[in-house]
Each structure stands twice: as structure tokens, then as C-alpha cells.
Design a protein around this ligand. Sequence first.
Ligand SMILES: [Zn+2]
Length: 78
Amino acid sequence: MGVCSTKGFLNFNSDLLDFEKDVGDYVIVHELLHFFVPNHGKLWKSLMRAHLGDYEKMAEKLKIAQTSSQFPANEENA
Ligand SMILES: [Zn+2]
């Protein structure tokens, strides 16, 4: 998904285009911050919050979107 790439350039899966705008923002800011902060430590978290606000909600949405596209099981009818 382009998240946590440490190669110094960005490559995003085209699936990203289907996501809501805030989820796209989350992925982009997440990656950009890794140019300055190589981990998910306190500094990274406070920068995420400064740029995005409630970024944890966005992360959760992204996780759900990734999970449902990788495992398209129909859990609603389960
Ligand atoms: Zn990361």
C-alpha cells in the first residue's frame, strides 16, 4: 500500500484512488513523515495528529479497506 516504505520514494497502490479522501491524506502524510521520522514513535504520532487530527480513525478505515479487499468474504451474511 505504500505505507511504511523506507526506500525514499512513494509508490501507491491504485486501489488508493477508491478510498475516501481522508484515508488518502492519511497514507500520504504517513509516508511523508517517514522522511523525517523513521518510526512510529512519539514524535511521529504528534506530527500525525498535528496534520490530520484524529488520524487513528483514518488508520482504522484504511485497515478495514485493506482487509476487505484482500479477503472479500461476505461477513454481513455470516
Ligand atoms: Zn509507517
